[in-house]
Write a protein that binds this ligand. Sequence first.
Ligand code: FES
Length: 108
Amino acid sequence: MPKPAYHILVCTNQRPPGHPRGSCGENGAGQVLEKLSMGIEQKMLFDKVILSTSSCLGPCSMGPVVIVYPDGVWYNKVKPEDVDEILDSHIGNGQKVDRLEISDAIWG
Ligand code: FES
């Protein structure tokens, strides 16, 4: 197996309903993870990308949060219907999906 060019991290942290910080799990991260896993399989991207789950990454209210390395691109509010675009554009063609990217301004 060749070394994957990309690594996708999906925050799947789950907090109880009503928690003040919210969580990616509460906002549908599980469905996003499932769609990514199926998409990687359907698009035969096994040699190009590896998929992992993560605990909390910080910007919980912007979840589900998905990060693509080595580019260090952080995506927010990712929905299952966004997954094909991330896989086709970013993983397939090296073009990040600007409309989903978290602004650098959040890092203070
Ligand atoms: S719960 Fe996902 S970033 Fe905090």
